[in-house]
Ligand binder design. Structure first.
Ligand code: ADP
Length: 388
């Protein structure tokens, strides 16, 4: 087990002037489960591959444990990587697939045949694949193959596990199941883990902390709920959460945010921080569950209603997602439809073309500066969050 640290780590690929990874700092604690998440091309795989030693670094320093590994070949880094495409040997049994890497380096690793045998059996037991040990990979389901790939990582008893989108090839149900198994495995083995995914839900459910990346930069690194509740900028706010946060382009007018003939009071949102943007354009960020078709409970208030017309209602079981438009000029204020996630039993009768008022939980909204990476101006300044 080990702490893994990245200091000002960069990657420049030949022929591309824009760094794929741009001087990132990351301090991963021993036993921690860290998830790198972000849209395609943000640099997460490159980061993982640099830790693994599969990609040379262009600048900075990577440490595994207390050892600088910049020049250490992958096989000597004492890490184990699990890929999306399993990379199992098709002609070998499950047992052999798991044992092979250790057998190859048995003397170098100082292991006896018996010790390797025991490690394979123990990993198989942990993963519930003991019954398949004699099968070839082609006789296994996708989920079982992925377990063998994980088993091959476990038997090495590495300082850290690196996972590169390991669940992408599985169907939705299996993905959720396997995700829970990976979490269970981590609780049990407590091995430092770096996990790459583009799926924000996977990141939220797995990570002790999640690292949201964009364009080679770390945007925010924090526990999942903190990222959800206190996103540092508009990009992070919009990336984490489904359906995504609503952003309404507004003008700051006194202690209100005005858009399309409507206005929302600033009561719950640190008016002092927002008022200094008087006369300027900002984005009001409201999560779908911070809107409710009833002025009651935590949605009770004044100057907190938005009138909108229902376009589509999506039933989800106990909840409904209600998609709405702010009217003829909707596109002037919003890029997408406004969405409200409401209780299905109470609001299930709302239907397309209804004109309703949505009430905002003003204690949970955010205000962002303009631009894709617009800073969250409602976060308290004292937190010292980076706003790259
Ligand atoms: P992610 O894993 O977040 O999808 P990657 O780390 O794979 O992103 O890629 C980051 C950026 O580096 C992308 O712009 C990608 O096109 C570029 N890139 C990745 N691999 C190479 C390569 N071998 N050569 C040149 N550019 C690459």
């Amino acid at each position: 087990m080990a702490r893994v640290t990245l200091e000002k780590v960069s990657k420049l690929y030949a022929g591309n002037p824009v760094p794929a990874v741009n001087a990132i700092d990351l301090d991963i604690q021993d036993r921690e489960f860290i998830v790198l998440v972000g849209p395609s091309g943000c640099g997460k795989s490159t980061t993982l591959r640099m830790v693994a030693g599969l990609e040379e670094i262009s600048g900075g320093e990577i440490k595994i444990g207390e050892r600088v590994v910049n020049a250490v070949p992958p096989k000597d880094r004492d890490i184990a990587m699990v890929f999306q495409n399993y990379a199992l040997y098709p002609h070998m049994s499950v047992y052999k697939n798991m044992a092979f890497g250790l057998q190859l380096r048995r003397k170098e690793l100082g292991l006896s045949r018996q010790q390797i045998h025991e490690r394979v059996l123990e990993a198989a037991r942990i993963l519930g694949i003991t019954d398949y040990l004699e099968r070839k990979p082609k006789a296994l389901s996708g989920g079982q193959r992925q377990r063998v790939a994980v088993g091959r990582a476990i038997v090495r008893n590495p300082k850290a596990f690196l996972f590169d989108e390991p669940l992408s090839n599985l169907d939705a149900k299996l993905r959720v199941e396997t995700r829970a198994e990976i979490k269970k495995l981590h609780l049990r083995l407590q091995t430092t883990t770096i996990y790459v995914t583009h799926d924000q839900e996977e990141a939220m459910t797995l990570g002790d902390r999640i690292v949201v990346m964009k364009d080679g930069f770390i945007q925010q690194c924090a526990p999942p709920l903190e990222v959800y509740e206190r996103p540092v900028n508009k990009f992070v706010a919009g990336f984490v959460g489904t359906p995504p946060m609503n952003f309404i382009k507004c003008k700051v007018e006194g202690k209100t945010l005005a858009f399309g003939g409507q206005r929302i009071g600033l009561a719950g949102q640190h008016p002092g921080k927002v008022i200094k943007y008087a006369g300027q354009e900002v984005f009001l960020g409201i999560r779908p569950e911070s809107l409710c078709p009833k002025n009651a409970g935590k949605f009770a208030g004044t100057e907190n209603g938005i009138s909108a017309k229902v376009v589509v209602v999506e039933p989800l079981g106990d909840k409904v997602d209600i998609y709405l438009t702010l009217g003829d000029n909707h596109a002037d204020y919003m890029e997408r439809l406004l969405v409200c996630r409401a209780d299905a039993y109470e609001f299930g009768r709302i239907k397309a073309n209804d004109i309703i008022t949505l009430y905002v939980d003003l204690s949970r909204v955010h205000v962002f500066e303009p631009g894709d990476n617009g800073m969250n101006v409602t976060l308290s300044q004292e937190t010292g969050y980076a706003t790259a």
